[in-house]
Design a protein around this ligand. Sequence first.
Ligand code: GLP
Length: 247
Amino acid sequence: MAVANQNFRIITVADNEEAGRVAAEIFISLVREKPNAVLGLATGSSPVNMYKAMIKDYLENNTNYTDVCTFNLDEYIGLPSNHEQSYANFMRKNLFDHINIQLKNTHIPNGMAKSPEIECVEYEKAIESAGGVDLQILGIGSNGHIAFNEPGTPFSCPTHIVELTEQTRLDNARFFNSISEVPTQAITSGISTIMKSKQIVLIATGAKKANAIRALLEGSQTEDVPATVLKNHPNLTIIADDAALSK
Ligand code: GLP
């Protein structure tokens, strides 16, 4: 069911699998329309089924990614790109290795950069030189974070270095052997970087996201819940299941 509400559209789905299929359709139609589209990609479990649906479509319909360019939202500081839990590795495993995208056209902040500060400035510039992100996929953290913009991040922030909150490290610890292995810092696209995307699709499924989605849909805009900034975006689609919409 799709509901239009001011600036944004909510599409209610049964589960993450359906969310993935619906989001993939939006991405695939853009790539067909604009073969050199700039896609904003995300990690985490939310977009995995979307990537699966894109791979399925690539195998069945030969959607062409040769001229597509991508920018990921974030990367842990201190993990080399070949580390099992780096977001670079995640993207290769879950998408890039399975479609005909050119790896040279894919961008992820370098978590091993000698100067993470310079890496942030260059990453922001690279997005601008590519013409900006046409379509951004987002997940949402249980505390309302987007990318790694934790509560309290100014809405005006460009790409920057973050200290990860205990909550986010705990949420992500399931991918590591223990919480002590979860990095404490990351490079993340800023809220202003995300808001410059021409179109945004947010996937939220599962009860853990209910508080964050309630704040986004019903609460006032506050830097304490970074996702609430998205209400200002002119072209936002929220794809959510009943559990995420339950509050
Ligand atoms: C991490 C990522 C975010 C993601 C969030 C939610 O913190 N940096 O980009 O949206 O997790 O993760 P999940 O989709 O696994 O619930």
